[in-house]
Design a protein around this ligand. Structure first.
Ligand code: AMP
Length: 133
């Protein structure tokens, strides 16, 4: 079976700017972000549609995201961490966590921001330092 790009990240075949992980979940920066700190939270298990995830794993996925969001907010000045599930591009369930100050900040039609490798690394490092798992 061909693996999704996110499974390749889980397996270490493709690099990512890692935020946090445990046995079941991984959080990493979105490579094409709407805002600095835009993070994806995924189950390691390869499941396409988020609502196909069995209840316990689904609940734990959102609890894992709940631990990541305050760390993003501590690093990136914003009113809230917006939450979105789209899933039209990568067929591997994921939650977008996006720092927002208004509704338009989480408009996926918006032009994405460009960050250097160095900027991604620094943002990920700063967020990691605020995570308590
Ligand atoms: P969607 O499936 O519509 O929720 O969008 C998938 C998201 O995954 C997009 O925001 C992409 O920028 C992001 N993405 C795709 N490939 C990678 C990657 N290799 N590393 C980090 N983020 C990615």
């Amino acid at each position: 079976m061909a693996h999704t790009i996110f499974t390749k990240i889980v397996q270490g075949e493709i690099p990512c700017y890692k935020i946090a992980e445990n046995d079941d979940f991984l959080a990493f920066l979105d490579i094409n972000p709407l805002a600095e700190g835009h993070t994806l939270v995924i189950p390691k298990l390869e499941i396409d549609y988020i609502f196909d995830i069995e209840d316990a794993l689904y609940k734990d996925l959102f609890l894992f995201a709940k631990k990541i969001a305050p760390a993003i907010k501590a690093v990136i000045p914003c009113k809230r961490i917006g939450v979105a599930v789209i899933g039209l591009e990568v067929p591997h369930a994921h939650i977008h966590l996006v720092p927002i100050n208004g509704i338009y900040d989480i408009d996926f039609k918006k032009p994405k921001i460009a960050l250097t490798d160095h900027q991604f690394e620094n943002i990920a490092k700063d967020i990691r330092e605020h995570i308590e798992i």
